[in-house]
Design a protein around this ligand. Sequence first.
Ligand SMILES: Nc1ncnc2c1ncn2[C@@H]1O[C@H](COP(=O)(O)OP(=O)(O)O)[C@@H](O)[C@H]1O
Ligand SMILES: CC(=O)OP(=O)(O)O
Ligand SMILES: [Mg+2]
Length: 404
Amino acid sequence: MSASRVLVLNSGSSSVKYQLLDMSDGSRLAMGLVERIGEETSRLKHTPADGASREWTGPIADHDAALKAVAEELSRDGLGLDSPQLAAIGHRVVHGGKHFTEPTVIDDAVLAEIERLIPVAPLHNPANLTGIRTARALRPDLPQIAVFDTAFHTTMPESAARYAIDVRTADEHRIRRYGFHGTSHAYVSRATAELLGRSPEEVNVIVLHLGNGASASAVRGGRCVDTSMGLTPLEGLVMGTRSGDLDPAVIFHLMRVGGMSADEIDTLLNKKSGLIGLCGDNDMREIRRRVDEGDESAQLAFDIYIHRLKKYIGAYYAVLGRVDAVAFTAGVGENASPVREAAVAGLEELGLAVDGELNAVRSDEPRLISPGDARVAVAVVPTDEELEIATQTYALVKGSEDLT
Ligand SMILES: Nc1ncnc2c1ncn2[C@@H]1O[C@H](COP(=O)(O)OP(=O)(O)O)[C@@H](O)[C@H]1O
Ligand SMILES: CC(=O)OP(=O)(O)O
Ligand SMILES: [Mg+2]
């Protein structure tokens, strides 16, 4: 029997999400999450397909330790990394620059390139690299595949991908809009077409990936034509801890008048801004609880978040010309019905509306939340970055096996 299992590691700045899938029948053998890495209260939650979840709380110092803890949990279920049934390990890598447009077998040169891109993905690429190095050390014989967040966005036209700055300077420093969360935008735009009973080539979709990091994309006939994140994952929507769009002169002002260093401003905009900077909380559940209690700073944070989101819906409507569906996804998009309701409120003239009852339904399935007669479908489509990475990883490994 040939090896058909794929382990996927999605290493975030302070978390690792993972899934072990059997690609011969698409079944999920185990999944889990390590969060709050580097804190005293790190938490590991491991869920085998045929058993109860196991949870563990205690200090996990770094991503290396987190991955070793994951490997141990898998071993306890007889699904350890030493299994001969494992065909490959698929890794989410956030920044692939212009170079990586496809899933890629990781070797030393690929590792060096991912490392070179750290300055433009400081919260993410270092964690991705640690995940890769630890996994390679545990299974040096296995193919390790990188699937890049940036890959889906490489179809953007130059008019959307370039900033209006001096071309030579931009080219010298490779400054352009790369976009992120591409694996999710690809998966969700396809799943939305499926929900509408149409092929991806036929439909235009605005995807709103609203997690802790958040981005919007305009997808025409299955290809990305614009997205809200840019050179780094800082541009665009208001996020949990990131500012999203702002006048770049704010940075010179903070340097010249505020006396802040580049590193201090980097930390301010990436880690102390967005929802947490506006009201002290970055979790939408907590913000909604405070809004319901009449808390003014939580209300203002919510309003700023929605205002920005609505502007992007309008902008991408204009970019696409015709929109068949708007799809909400990721932690906030899948769970926060007040966000979905507020984001499309007042857009009836554009054919966009949400049905209150449908919007209130809780489900893990893709579903429509627009009224039956709506011109544009509004949908909640749960993302599955791990499944998409596994699919791309297995296709690459199988493809190269078939050639030999
Ligand atoms: N039930 C819920 N209601 C509202 N927001 C939620 C809910 N569950 C999760 N979230 C939001 O989702 C965010 C995490 O989303 P996720 O897509 O997992 O992010 P990431 O991959 O960036 O860690 C949380 O910070 C929180 O704001
Ligand atoms: C690119 C990015 O912002 O990823 P995440 O939402 O996982 O932080
Ligand atoms: Mg995410």
